[in-house]
Unconditional design. Sequence first.
Length: 601
Amino acid sequence: MQDNNSRNTIIFVVSAVLILIVYQFLVLEPASKKRNAELARQKAAAAEAQGAAPKGAVAPGSRPGTVVISRQEAAAASARAPISTPSLSGSISLRGARIDDLFLKNYRTTVDRNSPPVELLRPEGAQYAYFAEMGWTGANLSGLPNADTVWQVVEGSTLAPGKPLVLRAANGQGLTFTRKIEVDERYMFTVTDTVANLGAASVTLAPYASVQRQGIPGDLGRNQIVHEGAIGWLDGELRQVKYSKWRKEGGPSLTSVGGWTGITDKYWLAALIPGQKEQIQTQYRVTRSGSTDIFEANYVGPARVIPAGRQITETTRLFAGAKTAPLLKEYQDKLGVPHLDMAVDWGNFWFITRPMFAFLDFIFRQVGNFGIAILLLTVAVKLIFFPLANKSYESLTKMKKIQPQVEALRAKFKEDPAKQQQEMMALYQREKINPLTGCLPMLVQIPVFYGLYKVLTVTIEMRHAPFFGWIQDLSSKDPLTIWNLFGLLPYNPATVPVIGSILNSDLLHLGPLALLYGVTMFLSTAMNPPQPDPVQQKIFQFMPVIFTFIMAPFAVGLLIYWSWSNILTILQQYVIMRRFKVDNPIDQIIAKLTGKAKEVG
């Protein structure tokens, strides 16, 4: 028995150390690098928005022979028609008729209300250009509109809801192209292209649409939890290719009837939506231009013959905006776009994450605060599993109550492990105790914990969602740490040379909520029966400390959920232990603070 305990202890310690090492290198360090890159990007975006971007600098990701210019210069290189909606601002380039300049009015780069709005699309010529274009292609035809074609505005001036923009271009060979662009109050563009054949012979054209990203910022494509890269619902399946794999292996070419295709980031999406009865040839491709990887999601529709004196029309939709789950579902139902809400990365356990988000969002709409919604969700989960958890905690309490008898049996049959095990099983049977039921409360919480973790990570509804006090973003880590005395010091010790990089690491990011989690985990663990082996006892006593450091850099919303869950568990355990007249750490703490003898029962 002792040999087995020692072996188990060694295995446990080695496993715990390996988990910590792997967690540090695969989760904490990449997350830290990503956050630093994001901060650098936000500063650059803010400077650029104020016109302070450097001019004439050569971009690391630019096309060969080109000079990277600022975003403002790239936009000014072409005549433009402005876009103004309650949700979007920007412009359409009249050269190429591209939708290539877009900001999301209702989202900021940081929690600071004065920070610049989130940029979604940017013109070609600027670093990390990102745009959508539509057009026509045809074999052995010249003069078709391309990226250099200058379109004329024939109707409208500013694209807005209910105020379409109509553009026109003629190729001088008998074809006239008219493009009507409409936008709703949120993020859906509708582009209606008409080709009139005024020539003497028929022509054959096929419509195409493309979303293109020229290089990707350093903070994208590194998230292992959330999908970023190529995405679409094609040929009856969700298609996803992460940026890293897309760059190395390219993407699939597929034939699909309807569906949608595009490029997604964690919170933002640019998706092309063809006619849902139309058979399209889709492709996710990546090409190299100098030092730049150009990622493109495109499709080509069926070729159509335009007889002389006739015209044809093609309608394409573009979703360009925030991946708000209810809005995607609304477009899905209203426009008949299949599974558009799957653009949110619900993960392989979508049957847990989607219902959890729906329930959490329902509570939020009632109370108006996602932090409160998380607390109420936790209570609801506890109520659902209350009978099972109550039975488990009763079993743990009974085990702790008979602990003196167990220790006596271990001492009496120290030299006979088989007899010792037999007598202990007989004791458990007499007391109607099942030792295995003590694990159930933890097991039932694991899927809930995973579901909430995924929901907090992938849903934009959690982005910059405030709670109370210093917590202004439930999806990010606690902004306060012990190193600046939880914000009381007038400076950030993480900026101090040498030690700053150490204090700024995720592993040492100990905020007040992480410490609260550690204390509640310690109390909950202390209420359980002790381990039989002294070494194992020490290890389990140390586990709350280990998990405090592990959980510290996680999203604040998760720490709120887990700490509140621990508090509810402690209260439930305390009531049961008092009912069975079993000593517990809460009464011990109260006795030490008051100087009075413990009273149980």
